[in-house]
Design a protein around this ligand. Sequence first.
Ligand code: ADP
Ligand code: MG
Length: 331
Amino acid sequence: MLSVRDLTVHYGADPALESVSIEVTPNSTLAVMGESGSGKSTLLRAIAGLVSPTSGAIVWHGTDLAATPAYQRNFGLMFQDYALFPHLTVGENVAFGLRMAGVVAEERAEVATRYLDLVGLTGYSNRAVDELSGGEQQRVALARTLAAGPQLVLLDEPLGALDRSRRDQLLADMQRIFSASGITAVYVTHDHHEAFAVADHIAVLHEGKLIRHGVPEVIWADPQHTAVATLLGFPIATVEVQDGIGRLGAAAFPLALPNGTHPVAMGPGAITIDAAGDLPVTVVARRFEGGVTVAVIQAAGQELTAHAPHGVRLGRTGASVDPQLIRRLAA
Ligand code: ADP
Ligand code: MG
């Protein structure tokens, strides 16, 4: 069990991380999400022992790691840039940590083969690193990280440099490998698709503070904070509420919020283009997203999005609101 307790990190006067407490249970993956500059890398580097906290503690299975330097923590690190050794073969790269630990050549080759099999690179051991694609290089980096037998794996936007299809493949493989091998991991990303694909739990950082954590399904259903809803891609609408009835322009719907003006997150499908709907809108753009067409709309003086029929025309039309898909946000 990894416990981050009341962790604060300063680089200068301002805290990059402020009183963050979070636990990672064994054999589970925690995804740390947040916009750029929210403190994700700082949290990971503090866990790794690469930056010193101003206050608070990193505790691993009951032991405070304050006095344990990074190289003695036995945590595996993986970053966006592969940092493979260009002069070593793929197999030598994977077994590099074992060589440093004095493991003999034959056993190193065996371990390299096993981990290359695990990451889908069977037969690659004698290849040169510069012959590989970016996705393959990142698989080698993953094999190298895992072959060292880390107690905890720390990943900082590891797939950020890959194109979407390779990223999705490697994500699926990582999820499978982590759960099959009982890996405990902290996975930093700004992308909720990545976080949801790989994580058992999600923690959201905003301006150095932990503002939300829980299982992905609950975060999606109830983001609570505007910053979390925005990370999930939900437009924020401002609604007027009077006696349990919410109003967005001319549209009225039940909404259990106190009287007044409130920001709410519009989940996917909360607004649907429908010529007969009671919300007048102007479609200003549209994008085809495979299963659904998303229209960018102006409605009640706000820019929002709506689900739309394929080929929806730009211009004025109507829309309807499904209040079940509106997420209330904490004030
Ligand atoms: P993220 O990984 O979420 O993008 P970081 O943890 O890298 O965020 O940064 C958090 C904050 O700390 C930012 O305001 C960033 O500018 C600042 N910061 C990060 N690293 C350093 C550093 N080495 N020196 C000074 N400030 C830093
Ligand atoms: Mg970062």
